[in-house]
Ligand binder design. Sequence first.
Ligand SMILES: O=C(O)[C@H](O)COP(=O)(O)O
Length: 189
Amino acid sequence: MEYVILVRHGESMTNRSGILSREMNKYGLTDNGIEQAKFTAYQLKSMNFDMIISSPVLRARETARIIANETNLKLKIDDRAIESDFGQYEGMHINEIPMKPREELGMETFESQQARMIDLIDSYNGRCIIVSHAFPIRAAISYYLNMDEQESFGIEIRYASMSAIDVKNKRILSIGSLLITDRIKKRFS
Ligand SMILES: O=C(O)[C@H](O)COP(=O)(O)O
């Protein structure tokens, strides 16, 4: 891939209820999340992409469909963009989960999420949008910043935000932005 914009889905019922879930067909976007996705789609419409790729999880698919409709891009579902695997804590409220490292809880590790996101980015050509989830997106960004989970802990990936990466030069152009700048638009013109 030459350039990629990593988009987090819009606000969903998981976020509003504090539930951690990678359920494929539950917890869609809230009305707020739909509006957030539409605003991101509106900005991306003025740029040139080859494809949009999405996590198979409903909230990401709904966000990607909104963007695909606005940009007339072909939408492809790719499991490598999926939400973190929460293991035995799937579907639980965030407050019910012990404050321990993911490894100790039997959840998918930061390294595993980073590896599958980078494998995904490196397996496509051209300029793409990838719709995924906060943690996998942060893990991918950390790869280009050469940071580990703790060092990148402060990176916030907001709903429907856009993180632009110049993949061929391994350079981060924006992190968790809600607005696309003109100089980033120029790279996708
Ligand atoms: O940050 C996390 O643990 C999750 O990635 C949040 O998931 P979401 O981006 O699907 O809300």
